[in-house]
Write a protein that binds this ligand. Sequence first.
Ligand code: SF4
Length: 168
Amino acid sequence: MEMRIAGTERESVVDGPGLRFVVFAQGCRHGCRGCHNPDTWNQAGGALIKVEDLLEQIKTARLIKGVTFSGGEPFLQAAQLAWLGREVKKLGLDLITFTGYTWEVLLALAEEDNAVRELLLVSDYIVDGPFIQEERDLELPFRGSRNQRVIDAVRSRQAGVVIEAGFS
Ligand code: SF4
């Protein structure tokens, strides 16, 4: 199974807690003003790669605590990333997915789209919402604007309300 990526980062410390392997998905339709990665918007851009090959790369990154899916918009390639996410979890790694959709919109999309539901289910944490320039805050850990939330996806699903994770 193939997907389009803008790139990968084998040892990031800025995309979630601990050392993380990051997959930057190619393609985004949110069009946030002030986006730092407009090169990731084109859904026909980036590079095609087999998700099985991404998994092999992740397996060789021995010191990582977890994996982060960022973008671009990971939920535009939800089927591929849900598969990769399940394999990542089998390795004992945690999974953070960044998205320009809000949690509430994702829950609604998941009603109609199995792949979206599966990527939501496999993610330990979701960092949600578009980048809003007026809400920009350089002090925030792992996100760019104050409207974005680091959501504990597991506890939020169980509780039926958004529970934010206390990353710092
Ligand atoms: S969701 Fe992210 S990649 Fe997409 S336009 Fe907004 S800031 Fe850029």
